[in-house]
Design a binder for this molecule. Structure first.
Ligand code: NAD
Length: 265
């Protein structure tokens, strides 16, 4: 018996089989959830459809979260197919490549607005649009990164957006609490995905992470998927407004000692 048997779960932000959304989708499916998948733009459709087929998912809808009418139509279609929703995963972010390199102060007004709109406001907008069809006990989950609380060079406006996303998670958790709907964020360590490829110096950061995290390991989309199962399931019934780190412990280390300190034994 799966932990999510009988639950209806929608995942937003699937681009390809490296996407964090794919790790989450597979894990939710494994635990028995009925899955709906949403993606952005026609060009991604040919990558997303075969993935949906792999798990027997037939509800696959395009939703560009910059468009209110897309969000409203997606909520309507979800209501028509599933009736009520128990799990909604937001695994979406965007910032222009030029904003993700060099100094943060070079962020443009347009770049700032886009990053905040797509990476932050969309979570709030989805929460509002789906509110009428969320079951009591439903779980909303978004994806964040440690660059929200500490400086990660080049992460720039995305770090600021993630700080706003984490704050939005707390405000939404407060709003939805009386309906017994929970809202949490997962803060994942670096993973090689399409979105990550846009961050300047990502490759070095990725390597540094494996050297410096207490567990000396990078994380996978499956690790994030399993954490999402926990937050989606009744096992986390009284947990809301939290940021759950899935990062081999990287965020607990205050002082990085460098490779020479490697031999701890
Ligand atoms: P990804 O490129 O696979 O996913 C990002 C998704 O955002 C894509 O599916 C893209 O289509 C979607 N998106 C962008 N603009 C959109 C729009 N207007 N409407 C709808 N969808 C849109 O990369 P990923 O790394 O799996 O990113 C998923 C989430 O995980 C993001 O929030 C990202 O910031 C977060 N995250 C990633 C890492 C990492 O290292 N990869 C670490 C921590 C958090």
């Amino acid at each position: 018996m799966g932990l999510l048997n009988g639950k209806n779960a929608l995942v937003f932000g699937l681009a390809n089989d490296r996407s964090i959304a794919w790790g989450i989708t597979q894990a939710l499916h494994r635990e028995g959830a009925n899955i709906g998948i949403s993606y952005a733009g026609e060009t991604l459709k040919r990558r997303v459809m075969p993935l949906a087929e792999q798990i027997g998912c037939t509800w696959v809808e395009e939703c560009d979260v910059t468009k209110d009418e897309h969000i409203a139509a997606t909520a309507e279609k979800a209501a028509a197919r599933f009736g009520k929703i128990d799990v909604l995963v937001h695994s979406i972010a965007f910032a222009g490549r030029e904003e993700l390199t060099g100094p943060y102060y070079n962020t443009t007004r347009e770049g700032f607005k886009n990053a905040m709109d797509i990476s932050v406001f969309s979570f709030v907008a989805l929460a509002k649009a789906f509110q009428p069809i969320l079951n009591p006990g439903a779980s909303l989950i978004c994806m964040t990164y440690y660059g929200s609380v500490k400086v990660a060079p080049h992460y720039n406006v995305m770090g600021v957006a993630k700080a706003a996303l984490e704050s939005s998670t707390r405000y939404l958790a407060y709003d939805f609490g009386p309906q017994k709907i929970r809202v949490n964020a997962i803060s994942a360590g670096p993973i090689r995905t399409l979105a990550a490829a846009g961050v300047g110096g990502f490759r070095d950061m990725y390597k540094h992470f494996a050297d410096m995290s207490p567990m000396r390991e990078n994380i996978t989309i499956d690790d994030v998927g399993n954490a999402a199962v926990f937050l989606a399931s009744d096992l986390s019934a009284r947990i809301t407004g939290e940021v759950l780190y899935v990062d081999s412990g990287f965020n607990i280390v205050g002082v990085q000692m460098g490779a020479k300190e490697e031999n701890r034994e």
